[in-house]
Structure formats: structure tokens, C-alpha cells
Design a protein around this ligand. Structure first.
Ligand SMILES: NC(=O)c1ccc[n+]([C@@H]2O[C@H](COP(=O)([O-])OP(=O)(O)OC[C@H]3O[C@@H](n4cnc5c(N)ncnc54)[C@H](O)[C@@H]3O)[C@@H](O)[C@H]2O)c1
Length: 302
């Protein structure tokens, strides 16, 4: 028996953007993957996936139901729509279906695990936690690992070992916060970006050019805190805040107008710049650039 054939089975529940990208990652590390989704075109989706990734096809199976998908699974990665109306009944079904030693990971971008298992037994709550990726998870190293109030420490440890074995860089949050950390930061930047466009300071395309040529490049190397620590010279972050902090504090921040009328001109400018929706070619370009950066980026210790 090859070492690959003993990798735990992973059940992928939800075969949309995120579920299929997870499936690619899991299979590329030798895990048999069983995919379930009630979408009527699941057969075609799984066939297309296998045709596109021929080297992984033997490891990918379409499951007939949640119960079928999780049979014998070591891990379940849930990637269903971002609503408790879907995730809660699914967790109730998983509570009786998953093997006793399986860890259940939710890709949720904002919903805390504790809310998904309200009313369910401790045995289920102990094994559920958030494993929130950035899109696409087969490429992006980060997984935000967020235990719920009743998650067992052992489940957290197993999630960390699992994600690290897939070459991911998991970060554990100390407590649940709506939107976790990545999306709270993304939301803060997006709100200010919308405000700047609405107030006529910059166009969406120029704002994107500005970010990809400055903050985006820097943040692939150092985060905001280390970046400021370096920017502060010999006195580090303290020095930065003493020197430039008061001027930063004086920058007025305004709420963007997120109403339909407020957003319409912003949508129009984005569509003028990039077309009615993101193109496959643009997504490919994004993925290629990100893959190139990852390949060239030395390990953190260097
Ligand atoms: N798209 C992103 O950028 C992104 C990034 C990180 C995390 N997430 C999270 O991942 C999850 C999935 O997001 P997505 O963008 O892949 O959504 P999506 O709409 O592309 O896919 C969701 C899939 O779930 C299926 N589904 C619906 N009900 C189901 C059920 N009861 N059981 C199994 N499958 C069911 C749908 O048919 C659909 O194929 C969400 O929780 C989202 O917040 C999304």
C-alpha cells in the first residue's frame, strides 16, 4: 500500500467556488476526496473537474448524500452558502453522520462555529471549528482557524496538523469575532475605498493600481505592524507613531454610502473599468501572479 492510499478521506460538502478549490488542494496532497452538493449538475461539475485535473481524477468521487460523503472520513470541509439557515441543519445532519474521530471544518467567512451548533450535543460542538480560507484555497496559504466556545483543544490541534500537512499557514484566533480577522481588515479597506470613489478622490481602477503598486506588494512581505516597525527606523513602531501617528490620527474617516443609490455609480465605474464581471483571463492572471510571488517568497525565517 502506498503512503498516499492511507491519507484520511476528506469529505467536501458544497461544490461551489471554495469547495472545488479545497478538493483540488486535498487531492493534490493524496487525500481521497468525496464531494457532495445538492446542485442538479453535480455529475457534470465533478466530471469537468476530473477532466481539468486528470492527475487527481482517481482521488475524486461524487457522493450521493452527506451521509455517503462522510463515511469513513477523517476530515469534513464544509463550504455551503454563507447562511445559518443552510449551515445549521447541515451540522445537525453531520452530528449523527460523521465518524466519532472526524474533525468538521467550516469555510464560513463570517459565521462563528458556536452559532452553527446551538442546541446540538457537546460531542458535535467539540469537533466543529472554522477553517476559513482565502479564495482560492488551493493557492492561498492562510487558513483562519477559529474554535467555537465548545470546540475541543484536540480538534484545534488536529486541524492545525492537517492544514500544515497541506502546505497551508493556519492562524488560530483567540476568540470568535464576526468576520474573523481577514475579512474585518478587507472590509475596513473596502469601505474606505468605496468612500474615496464616492467622494470623487480617485477612480476604482486608479485605486486598484495604487494598491497593487504599494500596499499589496509590501503586505506580501510584511504585515501592517512589522511594516510600521520597519518604517519607524531605529525606534520602530513607537517612533513611527510618535513621528507620523498624530497626522495619521488626523485623517478623517467617513462612512461610505452603501445604499443601492450610493453604490450604483461605484458599480458603474468598476464595470466600465473591468467589464460586467471578472473574466476567466483576469482570474488566471491573478492566480499566476500570486503563485509566482509565493514561489519566490523565502520562508519567514530567512
Ligand atoms: N467565495 C469566496 O471568496 C470565499 C472565501 C472564503 C470562504 N468562503 C466561504 O465558503 C463558503 C462557500 O462559499 P462559495 O463562494 O464557494 O459559495 P458558492 O455559492 O460558490 O458554493 C456553495 C455551494 O453549496 C451548495 N449547497 C447549497 N446547500 C447545500 C447543502 N445543504 N449541502 C451541500 N451543499 C450545498 C450550493 O449548491 C453551491 O454549489 C461560504 O461559507 C463562504 O463564506 C467564500
Amino acid at each position: 500500500m502506498s503512503s498516499e492510499s492511507v491519507r484520511p478521506v476528506v469529505a467536501v460538502i458544497g461544490a461551489g467556488t471554495i469547495g472545488l478549490s479545497w478538493a483540488r488542494l486535498f487531492a493534490s496532497h493524496g487525500h481521497p476526496v468525496r464531494i457532495f452538493d445538492p446542485r442538479p449538475d453535480l455529475d457534470r461539475v465533478v466530471q469537468d473537474f476530473a477532466a481539468e485535473h486528470r492527475d487527481l481524477a482517481a482521488l475524486i468521487t461524487r457522493a450521493e448524500s452527506v451521509v455517503d460523503a462522510v463515511r469513513g472520513a477523517g476530515f469534513v470541509q464544509e463550504s455551503t452558502p454563507e447562511t445559518l439557515e443552510v449551515k445549521r441543519p447541515l451540522m445537525a445532519e453531520l452530528a449523527t453522520a460523521v465518524p466519532p474521530d472526524a474533525v468538521v471544518l467550516s469555510s464560513s467567512s463570517t459565521l462563528p462555529a458556536s452559532r452553527m451548533v446551538e442546541g446540538l450535543p457537546d460531542q458535535m460542538a467539540a469537533r466543529l471549528l472554522i477553517g476559513h480560507p482565502f479564495n482560492p484555497p488551493h493557492l492561498m496559504p492562510l487558513v483562519e482557524v477559529v474554535p467555537g466556545e465548545r470546540t475541543a483543544p484536540e480538534s484545534v490541534d488536529r486541524a492545525l496538523t492537517f492544514y500544515r500537512s497541506l502546505g497551508r499557514e493556519p492562524v488560530v484566533l483567540h476568540r470568535e469575532a464576526t468576520g474573523f480577522v481577514g475579512n474585518r481588515l478587507q472590509n475596513a479597506v473596502l469601505r474606505e475605498a468605496v468612500h474615496l470613489v464616492q467622494s470623487g478622490v480617485v477612480s476604482p481602477a486608479d485605486l486598484d493600481t495604487l494598491v497593487t503598486n504599494s500596499l499589496g506588494l509590501r503586505w506580501a512581505a510584511v504585515g501592517p505592524f512589522e511594516g510600521m516597525h520597519l518604517g519607524g527606523g531605529p525606534s520602530g513602531f513607537r517612533g513611527f507613531m510618535e513621528h507620523i501617528g498624530p497626522s495619521f490620527a488626523a485623517i478623517d474617516l467617513h462612512e461610505p454610502d452603501l445604499s443601492a443609490e450610493g453604490m450604483e455609480p461605484v458599480f458603474q465605474q468598476v464595470e466600465e473599468a473591468y467589464g460586467p464581471h471578472g473574466s476567466a483571463a483576469s482570474a488566471e492572471r491573478r492566480d499566476r501572479i500570486q503563485a509566482d510571488i509565493l514561489e519566490r517568497r523565502p520562508p519567514r525565517s530567512n
